[in-house]
Design a protein around this ligand. Structure first.
Ligand code: HEC
Length: 161
């Protein structure tokens, strides 16, 4: 793939990512309706995850990915069982526009002032990642989330005699 147009396209995706979360306030706000990326390849996405250094700060539920030596102590978990699965758009937004929503897990690690600033240690990869890499990466991450099914057994109504 030609690198230059793909980077331009990433810039477009960043704009779309900003809009996905509905940041814009004016009445001509663009929405992300109809925003669909082609299907990615999760195996390649896992490789992108390692190549881009995501493992420096993240662990992925259910996968024992090799860690790098002597790096950040952050171990923010991606994937796993969640009450609400992160949807594709949210994951994509987290990657191209990390400041848009700061994950709850990370907020717990911050003091009040830091949390109020809304800063994130998550770097910006937009000028380094091709669209193809982004597509594979998000497909990989998306597949790692599982819905947590609440266990209601203790609360089941009993209609028997
Ligand atoms: C230097 C540390 C660092 C690196 C490297 C890093 N991240 Fe993050 N990431 C964070 C932090 C801190 C957060 C939590 C704050 C936030 O939501 O922005 C986060 C949040 C996220 C979230 C949202 C998680 C949630 O539960 O809402 C996703 C998805 C994510 N990162 C993916 C990636 C991917 C993919 C890469 C590699 C391309 C990457 N990160 C590289 C630090 C990092």
């Amino acid at each position: 793939m030609n690198a230059i147009p793909s980077k331009l396209f990433v810039a477009g995706l960043v704009a779309a990512g900003l809009l996905l979360g509905g940041c814009g306030q004016d009445k001509h706000e663009l929405t992300a309706d109809g925003f669909v990326l082609p299907k990615g390849n999760p195996e390649r996405g896992q490789q992108v995850f390692l190549d881009m250094g995501c493992r420096q700060c993240h662990v992925v539920a259910g996968l024992d990915l090799p860690a790098y030596e002597g790096v950040s102590a952050l171990e923010i978990e991606l994937g796993g069982k969640r009450a609400r699965i992160k949807n594709y758009g949210e994951l994509l937004t987290s990657v191209v526009n990390p400041k848009h929503v700061i994950s709850e897990e990370y907020q717990k690690l911050l003091n009040k002032e830091e949390a109020a600033r809304g800063d994130t240690a998550m770097p910006d990869f937009n000028s380094r990642m091709t669209v193809a890499q982004l597509i594979d990466l998000v497909q990989f991450l998306h597949g790692r989330y599982e819905e947590l099914v609440p266990d209601y057994r203790g609360y089941r109504y009993y209609y028997g005699p």
